[in-house]
Design a protein around this ligand. Structure first.
Ligand SMILES: *Cc1c(COP(=O)(O)O)cnc(C)c1O
Length: 394
């Protein structure tokens, strides 16, 4: 097998070597419990405080508004469940979108069983949330609006500023799952009217199992994990010091060269999109052409079955995804592709290729070349395609 071409950075990223290096001393040398009072341990408390400040600065927040969690899923669960529980006497209605990550959607299922009512806002054919539908869904008893910053499958970036404005005009809290967006595009919590925001270290070259929830000062939300007094008594448990230090290092590195990375990734992304769309007929680009994550591409190839495509790419050493990591493994097409209006058979032929800041133009071309071989091979085996061609040539 040739050299690995990793094009699945929306699933997870490689931990940057500098991040690993920053973490190592906190396993073997500085291993004290940050809550202990002796100097040996209190240097770890300082490292956590420093990490909090570093991350806060990247989104225009204050250090005390950053709460460390075990990742994106926990941050999403916390934002939704704790807000619901605390405000249940004020109202039991929550608005979200139809294309959220399962960490949001399955939490909403759980809340529905607890007696909350959820409205799922639809999206247009490019995956943008319909703002008029959002406005119409707001009720007296709406306590929370949660809409993701950018979609993990099709890369569409939502009109977050407008959504936040609408929420605040009605005195409703606004949470955004920014797991795909944070450290990939600029975010400022004041400018975008964000009250709560989820992020996850392993989506931006940090370690797995560490994330954060931004909670704006004054926002009422209950504790999530009960126990010790860590994270201002809101999320108990001895801090994951190496993880926290590593995530802060990754956040710092990403923001030092954010615009440079964006420009670089867009150049590669657009080259891949142009080649695939020009060279492979009966192909659709999913997601918004312009308001799109710099590292995301998502195509639907008609008359092709997603799993076979992934296997053939894998044989050429290329890692891609046919939906989100959670969706693959089941036979249902992705809820995101269905929500943008794709019929089942077209959604099934979808491929997500997501770049990193280390992806090269050679890898992009090798991927486009591989698709140029694989797609015609798969179509040649498809009775549907045969039928289609016969009708075309009649
Ligand atoms: C990956 C992802 C999550 C879950 O994050 P984990 O850190 O893996 O728990 C949540 N939301 C979105 C949009 C994601 O892409």
């Amino acid at each position: 097998m040739s050299k690995l071409i990793y094009m699945d950075n929306a699933a997870t990223t490689r931990t940057a070597p500098e991040v690993v290096e920053a973490m190592l001393p906190y396993f073997t040398e500085s291993y004290g419990n940050p809550s202990s009072l002796y100097g040996f341990a209190s240097q770890n408390k300082d490292a956590i405080t420093q990490a909090r400040e570093t991350i806060a600065k990247t989104i225009g927040a204050k250090g005390k508004e950053i709460y460390f969690t075990a990742g994106g899923s926990e941050s999403d669960n916390w934002a939704l469940k704790a807000t619901a529980e605390l405000l249940k006497d004020k109202g039991r209605h929550i608005i979200t979108s139809a294309i959220e990550h399962h960490a949001i959607l399955h939490t909403c299922d759980y809340l529905e069983k607890q007696g909350f009512e959820i409205t799922y806002i639809g999206v247009d054919e490019n995956g943008k949330v319909k703002l008029d539908e959002l406005k119409a869904a707001i009720r007296e008893d709406t306590i929370l609006i949660s809409v993701m910053f950018a979609n993990n499958e099709i890369g569409t970036i939502q009109p977050i500023k407008e959504i936040g404005e609408i929420a605040h005009e009605h005195g409703i809290y606004f949470h955004t799952d920014a797991v795909q967006a944070y450290a990939h595009i600029p975010i400022n919590v004041d400018e975008y009217n964000i009250d709560m925001m989820s992020a996850s270290g392993h989506k931006f070259y940090g370690p797995k199992g560490i994330g954060f929830l931004y909670i704006r000062t004054g926002v009422k939300i209950g504790s999530f994990v009960h126990g010790g007094a860590q994270e201002r008594k809101r999320r108990a448990g001895t801090e994951n010091v190496p993880g926290i230090v590593g995530m802060a290092k990754a956040a710092e590195m990403a923001h030092e060269k954010l615009q440079e990375t964006i420009d670089y990734e867009i150049k590669l992304r657009d080259h891949l999109i142009d080649r695939v769309m020009d060279e492979i007929p009966y192909t659709r680009l999913n997601g918004d052409r312009n308001d799109r994550l710099p590292n995301n591409t998502n195509f639907s190839f008609r008359f092709v079955e997603g799993e076979s495509m992934l296997i053939m790419l894998d044989m050429k050493g290329i890692c891609g995804s046919s939906g989100s990591a959670c969706a693959s493994g089941s036979l249902d097409p992705s809820h995101v592709l269905l929500a943008i209006g794709l019929p089942h058979e077209i959604a099934h032929g979808s491929l997500r290729l997501t770049l990193s800041d280390q992806t090269t133009m050679e890898e992009i071309d090798a991927t486009a070349d591989a698709l140029g071989e694989i797609i015609p091979q798969l179509r040649a085996m498809s009775p549907l395609y045969e039928d289609f061609v016969r009708k075309q040539t009649k």
